[in-house]
Design a protein around this ligand. Structure first.
Ligand code: SAH
Length: 234
């Protein structure tokens, strides 16, 4: 049996590459994403009453890793990136059917010139991710207070983040276009996006990530992230 799925829309997010995307939703709440519905799903009736729900589930395709396939065992970052566990005991993108599931905050619906868009906050999705379905988050059924979270029971520890004098000036320069840039960079780096498994030779490395059309470089100094340079991508 095979199933063919058609996305209802494509989400646009600040995250231009997989590296540095938060590993779950709700960790970087300054990040706003816009789901642009495909023409055949641009009927605003489809979103009637959705504003009654503060949060939504997004079902999506891990489209960028689909071709890499899957295996029964994966190495989740929460286990240090070096220990294997069963794919169905993880939220890894490398899974049969490559479907992802994220709860996000509802922001607003915009319907202009026949184009339907849904704005959300806090997603962990790459720019351009196909959205397969959207459902309201229903607290009485979905929030289970006695649930056990296995090896991912509590949120990851946060790193502190600071900005060099140069980076502070650059933030000011980009603030008209991206008013929440400093908060966004801080929240993203506080998650420590570096690969969980590292060798000592990587301690002094300069890391780079892209958010929107910006290339952001940082280093880890005495256990803190220091943002050093923010440039428009070439
Ligand atoms: N909350 C989702 C996703 C968890 S994995 C779930 O549980 O199903 C989150 C990681 O997926 C991100 O850190 C990013 O590296 C990766 N990712 C996000 N969008 C992707 C996409 N479109 N294709 C491949 N990987 C993606």
């Amino acid at each position: 049996m095979s199933l063919v799925q058609q996305p209802v829309g494509i989400i646009h997010t600040p995250y231009q590459q997989k590296f540095a995307i938060p590993r779950q939703p709700g960790l970087v709440n300054s990040a706003v994403g816009i789901i642009q519905f495909l023409p055949q799903f641009s009927d605003p009736n489809m979103l009637r009453d959705i504003e009654q729900f503060s949060h939504l589930w997004l079902i999506f395709q891990f489209h960028q890793t689909t071709e890499q396939g899957w295996s029964p065992l994966v190495r989740p970052p929460r286990l240090g990136g070096n220990k294997k566990t069963g794919v169905f005991a993880t939220r890894s993108p490398f899974r049969p059917n490559n479907m992802g599931l994220s709860v996000v905050e509802f922001v607003k619906v915009v319907y202009q010139q026949g184009k339907l868009a849904l704005h959300v906050r806090g997603m962990d999705l790459l720019d351009g991710t196909p959205i397969l379905d959207i459902k309201p988050y229903v607290p009485y059924a979905d929030a289970l207070h006695a649930a056990k979270g296995g090896f991912a029971h509590s949120p990851p520890e946060l790193m502190s983040v600071n900005f060099s004098a140069l980076a502070k000036q650059q933030i000011l320069h980009f603030s008209t276009q991206y008013p929440e840039l400093q908060t966004l960079i801080t929240e993203v780096l506080a998650q420590d996006p570096r690969p969980a498994y590292r060798t000592d030779s990587e301690l002094d490395r300069v890391y780079a990530m892209s958010l929107y059309n910006l290339n952001i470089q940082w280093r880890v100094i005495d256990g803190c992230c220091q943002v050093q340079d923010i440039q428009k991508s070439a």
